[in-house]
Design a protein around this ligand. Sequence first.
Ligand code: AP5
Length: 200
Amino acid sequence: MFNLILFGPPGSGKGTQSEKIMEKFGLMHLSTGNLLRQEIADKTPLGMEAKNIMERGHLVPDEVVIGMIDSCIEKHADAKGFLFDGFPRTIAQALALDNLLTVKKAAICKVLALDVDEDELVKRLMKRGETSGRSDDTNEDVIRKRFSVYKAETEPVAEHYNDQGKLEKIKGIGSVDEIFSSLTTCIETEMAAQQSVSAK
Ligand code: AP5
């Protein structure tokens, strides 16, 4: 299994690049943000609870998102690999993911972290907020809150994977295609490395 985490702050391009990676490499895309927005659209009890939290720019409780990821991994047990987008976002989520994959005799192969400065992120999210209908994009205070939560809770996740030698930073400014090309190079290099290990 080839499992990848696309990492980065809100607005860094995780969703945009995930679509392209999924298409090119055939990985199963798991975005906790998309899963939660689907719960909200379906007006489920989980969705109703998450809506209020997301509108304030806070994180949904770990046990909720870990449960969602667990059942998605089970549901797609035959996938050739997963592309995690927006997950894990806390150390507790990262440890839970590592355990879930260990049970499947798998692991995270690479964490690709998109590097974009905060002014650019605010610009992108405010622009998307004009048309997306995402309530967490229309208010600059909520956007800034998402960044502060990211710094406090999510950045340590990068350290966790850096300690495992799996983190690679990618310049996240430029055209979508330029960034995709950098990501593709890293993914292909890592896939080749994995193949040569398994061939031995
Ligand atoms: P989530 O849906 O994960 O949102 P996010 O991390 O805030 O990220 P975004 O979707 O806003 O940005 P992105 O990096 O995917 O960038 P995108 O490609 O969309 O989470 C939303 C909320 O759900 C969280 O705040 C939390 O409450 C909850 N949640 C989700 N997961 C959770 C978890 N694991 N634990 C707890 N709570 C969780 O691009 C952004 C914009 O920029 C787009 O308009 C795009 O067109 C544009 N763009 C993309 N690339 C470029 C480029 N190269 N140049 C210019 N513009 C670009």
